[in-house]
Design a protein around this ligand. Structure first.
Ligand code: SF4
Length: 140
């Protein structure tokens, strides 16, 4: 299989705080498959580290109240194009991210409250019929 993966799950330090979400289980799962790592926020031109962002009334805003919507959507679009070019079979995404979250995202209040919803990249993939899975659901 060709599998696209949130780069932070593979240990790339592209997370907003400069860290990563390395997952040994993901590393085991993807063994023997062709892997395409992507970080839509970095692809959209955002620096690392960067201020955390949440989606407020459909617009991506950082903690200082500045819109980062264009960067998020540009990056998601670039990564979607890559998914098409590579004909990926599956995309494994990091949970709860305003880009990559598949099941839940933060509610836009920057208080740690979660709501059901998709990140910008996950939403775009789903709209385009690409199979996505939240890393938390990868193991049942
Ligand atoms: S945008 Fe996705 S790949 Fe990039 S750091 Fe956030 S969760 Fe990881």
């Amino acid at each position: 299989m060709k599998i696209m993966v949130s780069a932070c799950l593979l240990g790339q330090n592209c997370k907003y705080n400069g860290g990563n979400n390395y997952s040994e289980k993901v590393t085991q799962y993807i063994k023997g498959h062709e892997i395409i790592p992507v970080c839509p926020e970095v692809a959209g031109g955002l620096p690392t580290p960067r201020l955390s962002c949440e989606i407020v009334k459909g617009v991506v805003i950082n903690k200082d109240g500045e819109s980062k919507d264009k960067e998020f959507r540009d990056g998601a679009e670039l990564c979607l194009q890559k998914a098409f070019e590579e004909s990926v079979d599956l995309v494994i995404l990091q949970s709860r991210s305003p880009s990559c979250g598949v099941k839940q995202i933060y509610d836009g209040s920057f208080t740690g409250k979660l709501i059901d919803g998709h990140g910008v990249f996950a939403e775009l993939l789903i709209q385009n019929g690409i199979k996505v899975i939240d890393v938390e659901d990868l193991f049942g």
